[in-house]
Design a protein around this ligand. Structure first.
Ligand code: ADP
Ligand code: MG
Length: 729
């Protein structure tokens, strides 16, 4: 039997390039041709219908029946013109993936023929049999079904000749069973509270929306090698594998020349992304070998989230055509960098202004500072909620591994802005001492834009960094839906802005001038949220100590991080802004823990299987070869020479036995631990037990298996090695 690793290597090394045969000349010729965009709607619908959809998209107002009919028939006409044969409601259940169930447009016409049909009912609402999606018990106690409902704020699109209609997914009793519903609600909350605060400065602002530009990191691995690694196939990461002699030490991959076959793949997936209207723009090599990144131009948050989900799907789909498999796991390989998904986030007004762009006048500067400081304050109060929403078994392996931000949430704003905030803090105190006297126009806000525009100081280690006109949240895991961090960020900022308005209005009621009241409140917030700001190296040991002194939380694992979701104040925020009810929060909490338990359980099983069925037998085979060899030496050599020359081999034989016996012993113990932990019925306790009683065996088992990898004859080692996974492309 030839070794599967060598078969895979042969396939991988002889794989030829695949170049797209027809590449249209200009991106603008085909950009968005598969999306039911505003431009398409204008073409296919009456003016009134178009405006009514736009209004609904902006305000969440219901669309009336007549308009829905028009939209449905426009969508049908457009989709048929693009050769679509099916339609589906496309939604994001709590599995974190996307879900769809296709229906054909076809309707028998009774005379042996058929016609294409698609009506408002099918557009607006569907009832997928969704009883197998996680619901945290919500559906069991009430109604077994859920329904999907059209989200007019995100354009429908055509994928594989199927019209995909973005929808929310809720239970019959109205509980959200997806990520989109709370995201839309959090966006509405932010809109309401941010507009109210904007109106202190400008009465003409009617709408504020969050903007998101994500950066997606991923690994590529040759599909033949991937298939020869059961751990990659079943868990998305390598559970074994000694590090390669060379990996990222020389930093020669980062921003290097993109390999030719990889470029072929990138061009093809970008082409497909562009046709769907996903504005991907940036591509480059990342730090680890075979790690890459792509990023789009930012969009309104809901659309950006959908586009990221769609892009992850495209990456997986298109990579296969090129003989690659995309790894979206946060930590596919030990010892080299893992993958994140930076979420660049800001807020924009309906007048097209970025609220995190410093203005040109003292008044607009004050507005900029108001939003900046409220964000810092929101982060300081709610860091643990944000942490909980990015927690996952995969991200646990990455956060705090000295290559990604630690599990401590802090914000970086740069020296210049720090100085400005220090100044405001002082100014505010002064103003406070002479309330009512000073003239608002004289408020001496420093002119920030000049300072910031060419201020390129960057801190790559901060989890939440201000980068000139947006915040970059870097702790998000590469496989996560952006919806999770975006729900929390929009919500906590909305909640903070509401508190801010209360504080300011209170002062105004006491006859303090508006600008001065604002200044006083932000001055106080600057002082109160000071501890969340950190300008130094977030990867360092000193920061971990310093953060502990400041009382910032540092929760390294998912089961403990998740507990913050049930904090009274956390539930209050979600309920007060109608984003999630306590029942929904508890359901989500359970689903998350359940998911965590399943992931570790699967990993632990795969680890046991690989150790016992792959690694140990091969090691024994090699050991037997050595034993035969030693026996042979004994036969042919005189005793003295034999003793001198066989020592090395005998040592190796002994070492192999030691490694094997430790591996076997730990796998047995781990399996026994799993058996006991599986009996725990309280999911919270079970998740902690999986972490403390099962996961703890991984490192030791791996250590000894990786040692065997270095000893056993390369010719018979069954699992593709790190140097092969990371360097063949
Ligand atoms: P990098 O962080 O790698 O230096 P950039 O700063 O150019 O790259 O942008 C990173 C991402 O930030 C891009 O996806 C970009 O669209 C996004 N971005 C830029 N401005 C905003 C904004 N106002 N709101 C949200 N995202 C933004
Ligand atoms: Mg960036």
């Amino acid at each position: 039997m030839s070794n599967i690793r060598f078969k895979a290597l042969e396939l991988a090394m002889t794989r030829s390039r695949r170049q797209m045969d027809i590449f249209p000349d200009k991106v603008s010729d085909y950009f968005g041709e598969l999306a039911f965009s505003k431009a398409v709607m204008r073409d296919y619908m009456s003016r009134e219908a178009y405006h009514s959809v736009m209004r609904a998209a902006e305000t969440g107002e219901r669309i009336d029946r007549g308009v829905a009919d028009q939209v449905a028939s426009a969508m049908k006409a457009w989709a048929l013109s693009k050769k679509a044969t099916h339609f589906t409601h496309w939604f994001h259940p709590l599995t974190g993936a996307t879900a769809e169930k296709h229906d054909a447009f076809i309707q028998p016409s009774g005379d042996g023929k058929a016609i294409e049909m698609f009506n408002a009912n099918e557009l607006i609402q569907q009832e997928p049999d969704a009883s197998s999606f996680p619901s945290g018990g919500i559906r069991n106690t009430f109604e077994a079904r859920g329904y999907t409902a059209w989200d007019p704020t995100s354009p429908a699109f055509i994928l594989d000749r199927t019209l995909c209609i973005p929808t929310i997914f809720v239970s019959y009793t109205g509980e959200a069973l997806d990520y989109k519903t709370p995201l839309l609600k959090a966006s509405l909350a932010l809109d309401k509270e941010a507009v109210a605060v904007c109106n202190y400065f400008d009465k003409n602002i009617n709408r504020v929306y969050a903007t998101l530009g994500w950066e997606q990191e991923y690994f590529l691995v040759d599909t033949a090698l991937y298939n020869a690694r059961p751990d990659l196939v079943l868990t998305g990461r390598t559970l074994f594998g000694h590090s390669s002699a060379k990996d990222q030490q020389l930093s020669d991959h980062y921003f290097g020349i993109i390999p030719e076959k990889v470029i072929d793949f990138m061009r093809e997936f970008e082409y497909e992304a562009h046709r769907l209207g996903i504005p991907v723009r940036t591509r480059h090599n990342e730090v680890a070998p075979n790690q890459f990144e792509c990023a789009p131009v930012y969009e309104e948050v809901n659309v950006a989230v959908d586009h990221n989900q769609l892009l992850m799907h495209l990456l997986e789909k298109v990579s296969k055509r090129h003989g690659y498999t995309v790894l979206l796991h946060e930590k596919p390989y030990a010892g080299v960098n893992g993958s994140g998904k930076h979420n660049n986030w800001s807020m924009s007004t309906d007048l097209g202004e970025n609220l995190l762009s410093p203005g040109k006048t003292p008044k607009s500067n004050l507005r900029f500072l108001t939003f900046l400081v409220n964000i810092l304050k929101a982060l300081d109060t709610n860091a643990d909620i944000l942490r909980a929403y990015i927690a996952s078994a995969g991200n646990d392996l990455r956060l705090g591994a000295h290559e990604a931000p630690p599990a401590i949430i802090s914000a970086f704003i740069g020296t210049q802005l720090t100085e400005t905030l220090d100044l405001i803090e002082k100014l505010g105190k002064k103003a406070l001492s002479k309330t009512g006297e000073s003239n608002g126009n004289n408020i001496n806000i420093p002119r920030i834009p000049e300072i910031l525009m060419d201020n390129t100081d960057r801190n790559r280690t901060s989890p939440f960094a201000f980068t000139g006109n947006k915040f970059e949240f870097r702790a998000v895991g590469s496989s996560s839906s952006c919806a999770k961090p975006m729900i929390v960020l929009n919500l906590i900022v909305a909640d903070q802005l509401k508190k801010f308005r209360n504080d300011v209005d209170k002062l105004i009621a006491e006859k303090v001038r508006k600008e001065e009241a604002i200044l006083q409140v932000i001055s106080r917030y600057i002082a109160e949220s000071r501890r969340i700001r950190f300008e130094g190296n977030s990867y360092s040991e000193e920061w971990i100590k310093e953060a502990a002194k400041r009382g910032l939380s540092n929760i390294p694992d998912t089961p403990h991080a998740m507990k913050s979701l049930l904090r009274k104040e956390a539930i209050r925020i979600f309920e007060e802004h109608n984003v999630l009810t306590e029942r929904e929060i508890r359901a989500r909490y359970e689903i998350k823990l359940e998911n965590y338990v399943r992931k570790i359980q699967i990993e632990s099983r795969v680890m046991g299987d690989l150790a016992i069925n792959h690694i140990i037998p091969i090691s024994i085979r090699y050991q037997n070869q050595l034993i035969d060899n030693v026996k042979g030496l004994k036969e042919v050599l005189d005793n003295k020479t034999y003793v001198a020359l066989s020592k090395n081999q005998l040592d190796t034989i002994r070492e192999i036995s030691e490694h094997i016996s430790i591996i076997r012993d730990r796998v047995i113990k781990m399996t026994e631990a799993r058996r006991l932990v599986n009996r725990i019925t309280d999911i919270e306790k079970q998740a902690v037990a999986y972490k403390e009683k099962v996961l703890v065996f991984f490192d030791e088992i791996r250590y000894h298996a990786d040692k065997l990898e270095l000893m056993v004859d390369n010719e018979i080692w069954p699992l593709p090695k790190y140097r092969e996974l990371l360097f063949i492309r």
